[in-house]
Write a protein that binds this ligand. Structure first.
Ligand code: TYD
Ligand code: MG
Length: 470
């Protein structure tokens, strides 16, 4: 028999390495490798080796299949992200930084589902029963008939769930606190997290209750990241936004029962997380008109249009290499846009420190934001405000061309709804030639090249030195 050897498992992505190294080759994280005992060698079972299995039934794609039943959580923004509620017998992972509000939102949702008459179990491995009760009282939920327990031993939890045939929802807070005594490794390691999650998911599927696993994201790599569980669950939701901000964005990054990239927006108040049904109004609430370096982006998050303010600030660099500080957007994309503005429009930005911020704590991944970011940059560089009643969207290519983006009409409608009077967007030809219907009162400026965006700034009063051509 081969000699039993220990192995080193990355606590962030689960990759296995034969020896210790400072950085995981698979995910690039530093100091995330931890020693674990190698699992006993397992080959295919006797049935697979010798035959004797049953024939699997094959069926057609058409057939009697009802859409999945859903348990509404009572929090509309959470239901939206889940695709209409929690699906029975499914497993959902809710990840996010410590302190961002995972326990709070799940206690709120669990209490509401319990109040609707279903059996809901909330198992906390992180906080004592008293702490959870205190939180429930603070949230005004102490009357809800929720079944609460503090436990961390998987064996005990499994056995208890076996005796809960009525359970509709089980919340585990958090998966990183659970442990199975049959494993050598400590709670929170990849081996423990995977094994405990697999067992709970198996029970959820066979007994028909919905399972929500809370998982912390840690930068230090001392706990296994929720990433190692993503492929095991049906839906993965991540909390975004920093603790200093009162807004929290819940984003679906995987969902077998709904759209991904759908977001739910919440505000953290002293009475828990409150839904924000109109995020555009909230993201734009603190906007000040007539300040240079600000532009409004008409974006799409999941199935919903969202308007956000892009802010840019340029300051003369103190020497050395200029700073580039980006919050809420991709810094590589910013470098590309600055290069395009310099090469195609003759602007000089490179000597400045550049700060870019998406107001409100939203993270934007859409290339459609290019045009709004460029408008904010040009506005900052020329010290001329953009028109506060205008929204921007469109992708910018390397030759400076403005490229079409999806769902132009939905973006324009949202702008109209929020009282905007104008939009700068890609040419209609590039959008498929269909004129947007019923957008009276919205002045559309269709542009084909980034120079068309820059030109109006040259005509406004303000600082001119950033534009060589004027
Ligand atoms: P929590 O849900 O415990 O975070 P997680 O489970 O993701 O670690 O949220 C904790 C933070 O939220 C804490 O800093 C206090 C704050 N908070 C409020 O502001 N209002 C509230 O009603 C509650 C319950 C928490
Ligand atoms: Mg918590």
């Amino acid at each position: 028999m081969a000699k039993e050897r220990n192995r080193f498992v990355c606590q962030s992505c689960g990759a296995v390495h034969p020896k210790w190294q400072g950085r995981c080759d698979a995910c690039g994280e530093w100091n995330t490798l931890q020693e674990e005992a190698a699992p006993a060698a397992r080959g295919p079972g006797p049935a697979a080796r010798t035959g004797g299995g049953r024939r699997v039934e094959f069926v057609g794609l058409m057939g009697e299949t009802a859409p999945p039943a859903r348990i509404p959580t009572g929090l509309e923004e959470l239901d939206r992200v889940l695709g209409g509620g929690i699906v029975p017998a499914s497993a959902v992972l809710v990840g996010g930084d410590p302190g961002i509000g995972k326990s709070t939102i799940l206690l709120q949702a669990a209490a509401r589902i319990a109040a609707s008459g279903q059996r809901v179990l909330y198992i906390s491995g992180e906080e004592a029963v008293d702490q959870v009760r205190l939180r429930a009282r603070r949230l005004g939920l102490e009357q809800a008939p929720l079944a609460l327990a503090a436990a961390t031993a998987l064996r005990d939890i499994s056995a208890s769930l076996e005796q809960e045939p009525e359970a509709a929802l089980v919340v585990i807070d958090s998966i990183q606190t659970l442990w199975l005594d049959a494993l050598d490794s400590a709670p929170g390691t990849v081996a423990q997290v995977r094994t405990c999650a697999a067992e709970l998911i198996r029970q959820a599927k066979s007994r028909g209750f919905a399972l929500v696993l809370i998982g912390h994201v840690t930068k230090e790599g001392t706990l296994a990241g929720p990433r190692v569980l993503e492929h095991m669950v049906d839906a993965t939701l991540y909390f975004e936004g920093d603790r200093g901000h009162q807004f929290r964005i819940l984003r679906a990054v995987k969902n077998r029962f709904g759209a991904t990239d759908e977001i739910g927006v919440f505000e953290m108040t002293e009475r828990g997380l409150v839904e924000v049904p109109n995020p555009s109004a909230l993201f734009l609430a603190e906007r000040r008109g007539n300040v240079s370096g600000s532009a409004v982006f008409a974006g799409i998050e999941g199935t919903r249009p969202v308007l956000v303010e892009v802010q840019a600030l340029l300051a003369p660099s103190a020497g050395g290499s200029p700073r580039r500080q980006v919050v809420g957007w991709d810094s590589g994309r910013l470098a590309m846009l600055m290069a395009v503005l310099e090469a195609r429009c003759g602007m000089t930005l490179g000597m400045n420190d550049v700060y870019l911020n998406i107001a409100g704590g939203l993270r934007i991944a859409e290339p459609a934001a290019d045009l709004a970011v460029a408008a904010a940059l040009v506005s900052a560089a020329t010290d001329r405000p953009t028109d506060p009643g205008t929204v921007y969207f469109g992708e910018i290519g390397l030759s400076g061309e403005i490229r079409q983006v999806a769902q132009a009409e939905a973006r324009l409608r949202e702008a109209q709804k929020l009282g905007f009077g104008a939009a700068v967007l890609p040419r209609r030809a590039a959008r498929g030639g269909r004129p947007p219907a019923a957008l009276d009162g919205l002045k559309l400026t269709e542009i084909g090249h980034i120079a068309d965006l820059v030109a109006p700034f040259a005509a406004k009063p303000g600082r001119k030195d950033a534009l060589k051509s004027t």
